[in-house]
Design a protein around this ligand. Sequence first.
Ligand code: FES
Length: 135
Amino acid sequence: MEPNQSPEFVKHFSHPRNVGSLDRRSRRVGTATVTVADCGDVMRLQIEVDCQGRIARAMFKTFGCSAAIAAGSLTTEWLRGRSVDQAEGFSGDYITERLALTPEKQHSSRLAEDAVRAAIADWKRRRCRQGQPAS
Ligand code: FES
């Protein structure tokens, strides 16, 4: 980890929240695996959405730098309890500001934003439809 990181950064990097996986076969779950071309860091983000369109759980894994870990952790905290409509407005700028990321680490914010968008898109393809029980 680089010196002079913000307390919020250290908190999420040292003790990342919501690390793990959800059942990707469930129609309630949207899964995304995205990468940053510039650096090759990878984030896998999953959301579990109830049939009212609220994100009940969000989990992540990353193969990346300390900023990618902190970004994944903070993003999953932000997602929990939000509606899908709210989550569609998620911006990586939130991550940049909350973690006080330096310009050279801001692609981790883009990584998180891309992961949220892709996970929602995957959930929309798979979501529970009226008359179908959610598994
Ligand atoms: S070095 Fe690019 S997201 Fe970590």
